[in-house]
Ligand binder design. Structure first.
Ligand code: HEC
Ligand code: HEC
Ligand code: HEC
Ligand code: HEC
Ligand code: HEC
Length: 316
């Protein structure tokens, strides 16, 4: 009996001790900067990500007509992210864009939700496995999510755009990190990535140049609102040495993006073609410069083999 009483007292005491460590302001939706006090590494990554830039981006400011188009604002400064739901607009600290608090703090439980089981005295935390699934991203990346579902991909958005960093400390603040073991960390830079040459299949078929996205499990490029583009420049070299350049643009806004495993055919000019030199570049929605994805030379099949496809050179 006495032992039970002591145990009860001890447990009550523990709860008190834990509440002593709670830093109340963390549950009052602070600025992202506040999370940096302990999660310094994650904060630095996020600050370089497009999620941080979502509100302050010049392009967004211009296109939302200086933040006056209300329907544009919720996904660029969300209040709370719930898997599969379009968020509502936040009232405070909009410059934080898609912020730590929006993605991790839940009003319902007044605690931080995340993928791990942790002991976090400064703020309550709850393990919530919805953070590891693509539906977590779906409320904002609506079109991309639909494309990804159609592709029946094995990998989640996070597997590619929040790649694992191995086991690391979640916190950098002394003395807290001494009390915690390293845990699995994922990149909060949310890298855009770039298609690799092997993600694209090129061939010459029946008087056409055929291009197919075989590696990126959503449209290439993909977008809900932005205007990223893919540029194909093909120099057609004829047997007699004459040359002609074809240019083609693929973009979500003109509904010409390359769907996963979907062929696009570009008609080649008539004549005796020796080879086609192809360059594929991409332009992201938020960046002026273009990046090279691949360069390849396709040789025209000899007449005896007309109709057979030819693999490009220079592919990995
Ligand atoms: C609250 C809405 C919201 C949620 C939830 C969200 N995103 Fe985003 N994301 C955005 C916005 C808005 C941008 C564009 C920011 C900009 O460039 O202005 C963006 C940009 C990105 C980019 C960069 C795209 C580019 O053009 O370079 C990647 C990659 C990305 N998000 C991945 C994810 C992943 C993975 C998840 C789920 C773990 C996710 N996002 C969840 C709103 C969201
Ligand atoms: C349903 C959520 C959602 C809404 C609503 C939304 N966006 Fe976005 N926006 C995104 C996401 C996600 C991205 C990331 C890339 C992409 O998918 O287009 C993005 C990217 C952008 C970009 C390219 C990145 C940059 O900073 O240059 C611009 C510009 C943009 N949005 C403008 C707008 C405008 C203008 C509106 C209103 C007409 C709007 N957005 C409404 C989710 C949204
Ligand atoms: C005073 C220090 C401190 C501050 C400030 C702080 N945290 Fe934490 N947080 C912790 C500790 C301690 C852990 C657990 C670390 C561990 O187990 O390695 C943690 C864990 C987490 C987790 C993991 C939850 C899970 O179950 O996967 C999330 C998410 C999180 N914090 C979000 C935030 C956000 C968002 C902010 C800013 C509003 C913030 N934290 C500010 C100390 C802090
Ligand atoms: C777009 C939403 C989004 C934003 C913004 C965001 N996170 Fe996360 N965070 C996630 C998701 C999703 C995971 C789980 C990834 C996984 O396990 O696949 C995660 C994981 C974590 C974890 C567990 C360890 C890890 O690295 O996986 C911590 C701690 C954390 N976030 C803290 C923060 C802090 C602090 C900020 C701001 C500096 C922040 N997050 C911003 C979505 C977000
Ligand atoms: C197998 C890896 C993989 C998966 C899974 C994946 N992506 Fe991507 N994603 C990429 C690559 C590679 C690019 C870069 C394409 C390029 O070269 O521009 C990209 C680009 C993007 C972009 C930038 C616009 C563009 O097309 O360049 C956004 C936004 C994006 N992905 C969101 C998502 C979302 C949301 C999910 C989940 C529904 C997802 N991705 C799943 C590999 C992946």
């Amino acid at each position: 009996m006495i032992i039970l009483l002591l145990l009860a007292l001890l447990l009550a005491g523990c709860e008190k001790i834990e509440s002593v460590f709670v830093e109340e302001d963390l549950l009052q939706r602070p600025e992202a900067k506040r999370c940096m006090d302990c999660h310094a590494d994650i904060y630095r990554e996020w600050k370089e990500s497009r999620h941080y830039h979502a509100w302050v981006s010049d392009q967004f400011r211009i296109e939302s007509e200086n933040y006056s188009k209300l329907k544009c604002l919720p996904c660029h400064a969300p209040h709370q992210v719930d898997a599969g739901k379009k968020p509502v607009l936040r009232t405070e600290f909009r410059k934080d864009g898609v912020s730590c608090v929006a993605c991790h703090f839940k009003e319902e439980t007044k605690s931080m939700h995340g993928p791990l089981k942790v002991w976090s005295p400064p703020h309550p935390s709850r393990q919530d496995l919805s953070y590891t699934r693509s539906t977590f991203c779906a409320g904002c990346h609506q079109e991309t999510f639909k494309e990804w579902k159609r592709a029946k991909a094995q990998k989640s958005c996070q597997a590619c755009h929040m790649p694992s960093l191995g086991k690391k400390d979640l916190i950098q603040k002394f003395p807290f990190y001494l009390l915690h073991l390293s845990k699995p960390r994922t990149s909060h830079r949310f890298p855009t990535l770039k298609a690799q040459p092997e993600d694209i299949e090129l061939s010459l078929k029946e008087g056409h140049l055929v291009i197919k996205n075989v590696g990126v499990p959503h449209n290439l490029p993909t977008a809900d609102q932005g205007d990223p583009r893919l540029y194909l420049i093909a120099e057609v070299v004829f047997q007699n040495g004459r040359k002609r350049t074809l240019r083609k643009r693929f973009s979500p806004q003109t509904k010409t993006a390359l769907g996963y495993m979907e062929e696009k055919r570009i008609k080649l000019p008539p004549g005796d073609i020796k080879e086609v030199k192809v360059r594929l570049l991409r332009k992201l929605a938020w960046k002026e410069e273009k990046d090279l994805i691949l360069e390849a030379t396709l040789r025209s099949p000899s007449p005896a083999h007309a109709g057979l496809s030819t693999q490009g050179e220079g592919r990995r």
